[in-house]
Write a protein that binds this ligand. Structure first.
Ligand code: C5P
Length: 228
C-alpha cells in the first residue's frame, strides 16, 4: 500500500528538521525538504535530516537545459526519491532533467511545477500569459509529460482537470491541503486530505497542520489514517 502523505519540513533549523523527520517518518511516505533548508545546510544537512527516509527534494529547478541537467546530476548522490523542476523552463529543459535522472542508480521521479499557486490570472497576464491558470496549467503539463516528467505538482483544484486530460499515469503531488477545521495560513484554495485523495491525488503535501500541532506525530498519524 502506498503511503500517500508527504510531510513538509519547512524549517531552516537542522535539529528541528531532524527531530520532525524522526517523529513523522513512521506516518508518511516521504518527507519534503525545500530551498529554505537546503540552501542553508546543503547535502550534509540533507543526509542528517533525512536519516535514510524517502525524501521529496523540492528545489523547483529552472535554468537553461545544460545547467538543470548538471544540477540534477549534482543532486543524484543524495538519493532523493522526488525532485521538482519548473515546467516553464521549456521542453528542452524538462527533457534534459529527465535524461540526467535516468543516469541514476536509484532514479528520482521528476515532477514538474506548472503554475505556482501564488499566481492568479492577473499575475500571469503580467508575465505575458493570457487565458488564466487552467489553460496554462494544461499547456505546461502536456509539454512536461511529453518530455519525460513523471508527474506534476498541482493544486487540489487542478486534479480533475489533469486526470481528465492525462489519465491515471502521471504522478500528482498536491499541496494546499488542510484537515477540516485546520488554520488556512496563507493557503487560499484548499481541500481536505480525503477530498484530495478521492479526487485523484497520488500524494498530498501537508506542512503547518502537522509541524505546528502540539503533537506533530499524532497529527500526521490522524491524516494518514484518514486517507487509508
Ligand atoms: O504548511 P503548508 O501545508 O501550507 O505547506 C505546504 C508546502 O507545500 C510548503 O512547503 C509549500 O512551499 C509547498 N507548496 C505549496 N504550493 C505549491 C507548491 C508547493 O504550498 N503550489
Amino acid at each position: 500500500m502506498i503511503k500517500r502523505l508527504i510531510a513538509a519540513i519547512d524549517t531552516p533549523e537542522l535539529d528541528r528538521a531532524a527531530g520532525l523527520v524522526r517523529a513523522l517518518s513512521p506516518h508518511c511516505g516521504l518527507v519534503k525538504l525545500g530551498l529554505e533548508f537546503f540552501l542553508r545546510h546543503g547535502p550534509a544537512g540533507f543526509a542528517q535530516a533525512a536519516q535514510g527516509n524517502a525524501v521529496f527534494l523540492d528545489l523547483k529547478l529552472h535554468d537553461i537545459p545544460n545547467t538543470v541537467a548538471g544540477a540534477v546530476r549534482s543532486l543524484l548522490p543524495l538519493g532523493a526519491d522526488m525532485l521538482t523542476i519548473h515546467a516553464g523552463g521549456g521542453a528542452k529543459m524538462v527533457a534534459a532533467a529527465a535524461l540526467a535522472a535516468d543516469k541514476a542508480e536509484k532514479r528520482p521521479k521528476i515532477l514538474a511545477v506548472t503554475v505556482l499557486t501564488s499566481m492568479d490570472a492577473a499575475g500571469l497576464a503580467e508575465i505575458g500569459v493570457a487565458g488564466g491558470p487552467p489553460q496554462q496549467v494544461l499547456r505546461l503539463a502536456r509539454m512536461a509529460l511529453a518530455n519525460g516528467a513523471d508527474g506534476l505538482v498541482c493544486s487540489a483544484h487542478e486534479i480533475a482537470l489533469l486526470r481528465d486530460a492525462f489519465g491515471a499515469k502521471p504522478i500528482l503531488v498536491v499541496p494546499g491541503i488542510r484537515p477540516a477545521g485546520a488554520a488556512l495560513g496563507d493557503q487560499a484554495r484548499v481541500m481536505t486530505p480525503e477530498q484530495a485523495v478521492r479526487a485523484g491525488a497520488d500524494y498530498i503535501v501537508v506542512g503547518r497542520p502537522i509541524t505546528e500541532a502540539a503533537s506533530p506525530a499524532q497529527a500526521a498519524a490522524a491524516i494518514a489514517a484518514s486517507i487509508q
